[in-house]
Every structure is written in C-alpha cells, then in structure tokens.
Design a protein around this ligand. Structure first.
Ligand SMILES: [Zn+2]
Length: 84
C-alpha cells in the first residue's frame, strides 16, 4: 500500500510493475501480474505518492519523469472511464 489512507479496495487503483518488462502501468482490473502499489483513485494521491517516493519504494523501481507523465495520463483516462 503506497498510500496510508484507509479506503475500500474498490476505490483503489493499482500501479503495477510488469513481471517481465519492468514497465510501470495503471492496472485498471487489478489482474496484472507483477509487483503492485495501491493508490486512491484520484490524481492527488498519485502525485503525493510520486513526490514522497512511496510508489517507487512499493514497486522497487526508479520512476523517471516520462514514466510519471505516462502514469498521470493513464490514471486520468482510467478515472474518466469510471461511470459512477
Ligand atoms: Zn491516497
């Protein structure tokens, strides 16, 4: 858990580091294999996790700026796809 906020699991999104590729991505269905970090489904939580380094620690990965941008974009599109 990269975020300390307690939330129901359905409200969380998972960032996963792909087992083979090492590529980071937002895992919408929570089914991708690999090391994962859970964040609240909002952009502020992602930003905090990136800034504090908790996401990088949870994933045991170094997150460079292009990857950060991609994760932001993937989360943003994931949130707009939610119809709740
Ligand atoms: Zn959070």
């Amino acid at each position: 858990m990269a975020c300390r906020t307690e939330r129901a699991k359905r409200e969380l999104i998972r960032v996963v580091r792909g087992a083979g590729t090492g590529e980071l991505s937002v895992d919408l269905r929570g089914k991708s294999s690999g090391r994962g970090a859970y964040l609240c489904a909002d952009t502020a939580c992602l930003e905090r996790g990136l800034a504090e380094g908790s996401v990088a620690r949870a994933l045991e990965a170094t997150i460079d700026e292009p990857t950060r941008e991609r994760l932001r974009a993937e989360l943003a599109s994931a949130l707009t796809q939610r119809t709740t």
